[in-house]
Design a protein around this ligand. Structure first.
Ligand SMILES: *Cc1c(COP(=O)(O)O)cnc(C)c1O
Length: 393
């Protein structure tokens, strides 16, 4: 049923890697099965400038180190780095660039990513173009002699457009431009951009990766040693590191990532199919259904979709509000990717910082609702949506 054969198979050995990689009990004296949570900010040295391995907690911490290695392996990457939030990851990455460099970013990205580029990066002299990545000829035509970064988010948020990762990566390679893919919406269980040629994969771990809506954290992975060394330097030099306790929690969350994603996929697909036939729904934006305009690109580069997608309700702002207010199991909240179901109105919530004319131009209207379908019993979720629709007149 879910993960129909049109999609790539789920990655082999994924759950085993998440559970065991870098955490064999024999490596620590206690033989603890659960990796130790080390909160110490500093580490004793054998002599002046003679550390065993760690020196100061900002530059390295054993609990964080384990998580970074696991994350790298889940992406088939060589290196991983973690940060205090998804956006701290983005900010640190911007430290790679110089005043005058040009960035090409998708026109429909996470609201905070757009805000960082529009309102912060420009202050430091970065020139940013927002273009539609579903047509890579447009991206190609936007390349200038000073273009240094191509920023891909796929599926896009909240419009669920799909970007051909391999083609975008090739465009970067041909023009000596770094290609970054924000893989937050699918996780490495469903999409592996490094395998498709991306230079860097970036995550908000606050979403599916941790999956329990109790940690804000970010990460990046790469197999490019030179980039890794620069980013590792920036992690320490800029200081946006996560706490050891949060690293411990995310590592724990990863243990169930594979089974959580399978259930998010099943529930998401069932809810999308329910919405697609509902008379009060104008259109469902779910890339794992054949009705999606880029279904063919999507099925070739992923192992299916997660539980986050959007739909247009028939009606106006008032109807969307009536619908959302009537939900009982789904909570009205920002964020996504936790075990619990959430619903939100991007135009006034997650994407309120997008300039109104840009919102209108790309289709973030007041009847567009984004769902994060959780792993509750799907019949309860569908019944909740059905009764909320019945409240709209
Ligand atoms: C949430 C999110 C971010 C930002 O991550 P934080 O952990 O909230 O800072 C970036 N990209 C995407 C796609 C997200 O969903």
């Amino acid at each position: 049923m879910s993960n129909e054969q049109e999609f790539l198979p789920f990655p082999k050995g994924f759950a085993t890697t998440a559970i065991h990689h870098s955490q064999e009990a024999d490596q620590w004296d206690s033989m603890a099965i659960v990796p130790p949570l080390v909160t110490s900010t500093t580490f004793k040295q054998y002599g002046p400038a003679k550390p065993k391995q760690y020196e100061y907690g900002r530059s390295g911490n054993p609990t964080r180190n384990i998580l970074e290695q696991v994350l790298a392996n889940l992406d088939n990457a060589k290196y991983g780095l973690t940060f205090a939030s998804g956006l701290a990851t983005h900010s640190t990455l911007l430290g790679l660039f110089n005043n005058g460099d040009h960035v090409i970013c998708g026109d429909d990205v996470y609201g905070g990513t757009g805000r960082l580029f529009r309102q912060v990066a420009t202050k430091f002299g970065l020139d940013v173009s927002f273009v539609d990545f579903t047509n890579l000829a447009v991206v190609k035509n936007s390349i200038k002699s000073n273009t240094k970064l191509i920023w891909v988010e796929t599926p896009t948020n909240p419009l669920m457009k799909i970007v051909d990762i391999k083609a975008a990566a090739n465009l970067g390679k041909d023009n000596n431009i770094i290609v970054v893919v924000d893989n937050t919406f699918l996780t490495p269980y469903l999409q592996r951009p490094i395998d498709l040629g991306a230079d860097i994969v970036i995550y908000s771990l606050s979403k599916y990766m941790n999956g329990h809506s109790d940690v804000i954290m970010g990460a990046l992975t790469t197999s490019n040693e030179e980039l890794y060394e620069k980013l590792k330097f920036l992690q320490n030099a800029m200081g946006g590191i996560p706490s050891p306790f949060d690293c411990y929690l995310v590592n724990r969350g990863l243990k169930t990532l594979a089974i959580r994603m399978q259930q998010h996929q099943k529930n998401g697909l069932a809810v999308a199919k329910f919405l697609e036939q509902h008379p009060k729904v104008e259109k469902v934006l779910y890339p794992g259904l054949k009705s999606h305009p880029q279904y063919d690109v999507f099925r070739k580069q992923t192992s299916g979709h997660s539980g986050t997608f959007s739909f247009y309700l028939k009606g106006v702002l008032k109807d969307a509000e009536t619908f959302l207010n009537a939900l009982n199991v789904f909570a009205i909240a920002e964020s996504l990717g936790g075990y619990e179901s959430l619903a939100e109105l991007p135009s006034v919530m997650t994407h309120a910082s997008v300039p109104p004319e840009h919102r209108a131009a790309i289709g973030i209207t007041d009847n567009l609702i984004r769902l994060s379908v959780g792993i509750e019993d799907v019949e309860d979720l569908i019944a909740d949506l059905e009764q909320a629709f019945s409240k709209i007149d």
